[in-house]
Design a protein around this ligand. Structure first.
Ligand code: CDP
Ligand code: CDP
Length: 229
């Protein structure tokens, strides 16, 4: 009998450890990793490049409907293709980070991306990470994890990450940016960031990456066992 393949949802605020964990869990289980934040970032890059004034213009809907976004696993990382162009690096720019929460609060943008996420994930064997996976995209996901971490730990992580890329930043500034994005993501009308009732909360503040991965893999194995797969 072939083993059943789960849909695993990992949600949580910025820098709580979702991407790192999702990538490694997917590798361990032989699943596909779907970074939905990268999809919202890619659309945001396209909107910024188009020079559309005011994010709520009707043309955004048109633009989004005529966009292709692909996530290609390459050497353990995800390559993000926007209309065929590799934008894996440019979607992490400060300009995109600043604009992404506004663009992703537009209902029509979410509709297009959520449909795509459901299409890719519906066969199972996927680890999706984002803000609304367990609440909206796959409310029936087999395993839901809601990752959190203290603002201090998250800012330190971002600072370390930026330092590795040769960028020095002030910790207080980073805390402010993270708080602002959390606030925007949690209070918007469309699919706000919130824990699903049946999600397992995991505070990663004092955990290592390996411990996080181990936790999620163990839960996945328990789910598979419980369903006799
Ligand atoms: O910077 P970080 O990796 O924490 O964020 P991300 O996962 O790349 O997501 C960037 C932004 O996309 C978030 O701040 C949200 O505004 C938006 N997003 C969303 O609205 N819904 C998702 N499922 C994923 C991301
Ligand atoms: O996807 P999300 O924004 O939730 O977070 P991430 O991109 O997975 O993690 C943000 C940064 O924190 C990465 O550089 C991770 O390597 C780092 N991290 C860490 O230092 N310690 C942990 N326990 C988890 C993540």
């Amino acid at each position: 009998m072939t083993q059943r393949k789960l849909v695993i949802a990992i949600d949580g605020p910025a820098a709580s450890g979702k991407s790192t964990t999702a990538k490694l869990v997917a590798a361990r289980l032989g699943y596909l990793h779907i970074d939905t934040g990268a999809m919202y970032r890619a659309i945001t890059l396209k909107v910024l490049r188009s020079g559309l004034q005011g994010f709520y213009s009707k043309r955004i809907v048109e633009l989004v409907s005529n966009t292709s976004i692909e996530l290609q696993p390459v050497n353990g990382s995800l390559k993000i293709l926007l209309d065929g162009e590799d934008v894996s690096e440019s979607i992490r720019s400060p300009e995109v980070t600043t604009a992404v929460s506004s663009v992703s609060s537009i209902r029509q943008v979410r509709q297009v991306l959520v449909n795509e996420q459901r299409r890719i994930g519906k066969q199972g064997g996927v680890v999706l990470e984002g803000r609304d996976i367990g609440t909206v995209v796959f409310p029936d996901a087999d395993l839901k994890i809601f990752m959190i971490a203290s603002i201090e730990a998250r800012a330190v992580r971002r600072q370390r990450e930026l330092r590795q890329n040769g960028i020095e930043t002030n910790l207080e500034t980073l805390k402010g940016e993270i708080r602002q994005r959390d606030e925007k993501d949690s209070t918007r009308d469309e699919s706000p960031l919130k824990k699903a009732d049946d999600a397992i909360e995991l505070d990663t503040s004092d955990m290592t990456i390996e411990q996080q991965v181990e936790f999620v893999v163990r839960k996945a194995q328990e789910r598979l066992k419980a369903t006799g797969s």
